[in-house]
Design a protein around this ligand. Structure first.
Ligand code: OGA
Ligand code: MN
Length: 301
């Protein structure tokens, strides 16, 4: 039986069933790849992948991004549970990173090479909350009025983890490496053209913070307004996880956010991230005073 691809009741996303991601034949893989480009987000319920299978599935889409700068870290936990089984407490670095994930974002936009896609699987889920929300930035762009399309056509924004964490009152300052703008913050156009589909999308999110040539207050108002407009129905999908579910999204044309939950309960997600393609997703970085003066961080996802 071929896989069944059922589009969601939103402008993006499809649920794929009758499929075993750990054992794809060529025809099935082509269907998945096409569906990924068409729908921008795919949900594969009840796959129960091993780490190896999740990594191998992700590798079909491209090279892995070296998470946390560690060549061995092809899959990492997005979790409030620590190695000893206890849960993270407010104020801990990992806790702050998770709270940051509750803001709409796209992965690695603050790195010079932004991510292509992410694959997330649920291992342990809390009794309520902790959904993952995804929003379609292709439809968001399409629905802007012409005046706004013209206004943003040639604008770019800096993306910085320090700035996005600062917005929630957190100063990033531990460790070394991943996420640190050693060469300044990446400057990314507000409109992204997808290399496969040619569709335009809004490229924004919590890490975007400053627009060259524009007053900072005006830039903030513009970026906040776009984000507010973009992450609304019918462009949004909220997934209530069951352990074993797998979701993947195209970081180039969607935003995602974790939904809050009771942090006294463990939530364990497994994350694999596919690197962007240098021809499309590598941008220049520039030093600007707002992005400097921070210390590096070791584990910012
Ligand atoms: C991620 C992420 C959200 C979540 O995996 O990149 O932001 O719901 N996850 O855990
Ligand atoms: Mn993320």
């Amino acid at each position: 039986m071929p896989p069944t691809i059922t589009p969601m009741d939103t402008t993006m996303g499809a649920t794929v069933t009758d499929i075993d991601l750990a054992n794809l034949d060529e025809t099935e893989w082509r269907m998945v790849e096409d569906a990924f480009h068409e729908h921008a987000m795919l949900l594969f319920p009840q796959q129960n992948l091993t780490d190896e299978a999740q990594i191998n599935f992700a590798l079909r889409f491209g090279e892995m991004e070296l998470l946390r700068g560690d060549p061995e870290a092809k899959a990492v936990n997005i979790s409030n549970q620590k190695a000893d089984g206890s849960v993270m407490q407010p104020g801990e670095h990992g806790y702050n990173t998770l709270r940051g994930n509750e803001g709409w974002h796209t992965d690695s936009s603050y790195m010079p090479l932004a991510a292509k896609a992410s694959v997330l699987s649920a291992q342990v889920v809390p009794s309520s909350g902790g959904e993952t929300a995804v929003a379609d930035m292709r439809d968001a762009y399409d629905k802007l009025d012409q005046e706004m399309k013209d206004r943003i056509a040639d604008l770019s924004a800096y993306h910085s983890l320090y700035q996005s964490q600062a917005k929630i009152g957190v100063t990033v300052k531990t460790g070394a490496g991943y996420g640190f703008h050693t060469k300044g913050a990446p400057l990314r156009p507000l409109v992204y053209t997808h290399p496969v589909t040619g569709r335009k999308s809004l490229f924004i999110g919590r890490h975007a913070y400053r627009i060259p040539g524009m007053d900072d207050a005006e830039a903030k108002e513009l970026l906040d307004g776009l984000l507010e407009f973009a992450c609304q129905p019918p462009r949004t999908y909220y997934h209530a996880w069951r352990p074993g579910d797998v979701m993947m999204w195209d970081n180039r044309c969607t935003l995602h956010a974790a939904r809050p939950y009771d942090y006294s309960e463990p939530r364990v997600m497994r994350h694999t991230r596919i690197a962007g393609e240098p021809a499309n997703d590598l941008v220049a970085t520039a030093r600007d005073e707002a992005a400097s003066g921070f210390e590096p961080s070791s584990s910012n996802l």
